[in-house]
Design a protein around this ligand. Structure first.
Ligand code: RIB
Ligand code: CA
Length: 309
């Protein structure tokens, strides 16, 4: 039985691959979009492009166009002006099913048992859904998110983009009391990197999603190397999906995680209590390791299942 999920995202190169992986390994009840890497108009258009590419049955629901309290932040330097720079951009034929992602999340969780929420962008939609319908916290199977870090940040020395872009929303999510909350932070996702060899293997698969992913990575890897001199570009968002479908390739530790919302230097930091004698109750399973080779083989196996037409 495939896990039922709502994928909340801000496509985004790595979000796009998360959609490809989730479409095969999970039952996507819906995709919800949020302002993040680029504006929500563009993240929604990008999600529709991916939904068409993978022939997704579920709908795309547009969500928050700005964070809870602070002005919108984007990452065009990483993902390009469209948020999906690289592949030739085709006009989408699909329309968004609704422009109320929050209501879709609330209704879907109330109508279905054992739904996983998989947010891989800023947590605005999830936070608003919790604030409007606190009953969903107990109803969901859990939350598996890409965000934060048990180490260095990316946007600042200590803050990761998804949490930094809406720290107040992240604080709502981490303090909501979810029984199962998995955090795939940068300390983990930086172990799951894409390189030239990955791109070559995708081109060898040579079906439309594989070629699209290879063209995404050509841009994403080049852009990342220009900014960081890194050899591999981290494939962040698929980690949040694989944490549900293949927990055996990860190691997680129970931790107390809180979010700095006010700090001048530290705003957006996920503060993880590593003290063994901590008096703070654990509220999160923090990811510390992923078996990259096993994860990449799962990724290639999933992409191979797409047909050639
Ligand atoms: O910091 C990495 C995260 O920010 C990823 O989800 C990426 O897509 C961007 O949203
Ligand atoms: Ca993302």
């Amino acid at each position: 039985m495939k896990p039922k999920i709502i994928l909340d995202c801000d496509p985004g190169h790595d979000d796009a691959v998360a959609i490809m992986v989730a479409a095969q390994l999970t039952e996507i009840l819906g995709i919800t979009t949020v302002s993040g890497n680029v504006s929500v108009d563009l993240t929604t258009e990008n999600a529709l492009i991916l939904a068409e590419l993978v022939d997704l049955d579920a709908g795309v629901h547009m969500g928050a166009n700005k964070p809870l309290l602070i002005p919108p932040k984007h990452a065009e330097e990483v993902h390009g002006k469209t948020g999906l720079d690289g592949p030739t951009r085709h006009k989408v034929t699909r329309q968004a099913t609704s422009s109320d992602a929050v209501q879709f999340i609330i209704d879907t969780v109330r109508e279905h048992d054992e739904v996983w929420l998989v947010p891989v962008g800023p947590l605005t939609n999830i936070a608003v859904a919790i604030l409007q319908a606190p009953d969903i916290v107990q109803r969901v199977a859990g939350v598996s998110l890409m965000g934060g870090s048990a180490g260095a940040g990316n946007v600042t020395p200590v803050a990761e983009f998804n949490v930094w872009a809406d720290p107040h929303a992240a604080s709502v999510v981490f303090s909501a009391g979810f029984a199962n909350l998995f955090m795939a932070g940068l300390n983990l996702t930086h172990q799951f990197g894409v390189d030239e060899e990955t791109i070559l293997r995708l081109r060898e698969i040579n079906n439309p999603p594989a070629v699209f992913a290879a063209e995404l990575f050509d841009f994403y890897l080049r852009s990342y190397q220009q900014r960081t001199f890194g050899q591999q570009v981290p494939l962040h968002d698929p980690c949040a999906v694989l944490a549900i479908t293949h927990p055996e390739i990860f190691s997680f530790e129970s931790r107390n995680v809180s979010v700095e919302t006010e700090g001048i230097v530290t705003r957006g930091m996920t503060v993880i209590d590593e003290r063994r004698w901590s008096d703070r109750a654990s509220n999160c399973q923090v990811g510390y390791e992923i078996d990259r080779d096993k994860g990449m083989n799962i990724l290639f196996d999933v992409i191979k299942t797409y047909s050639d037409n």
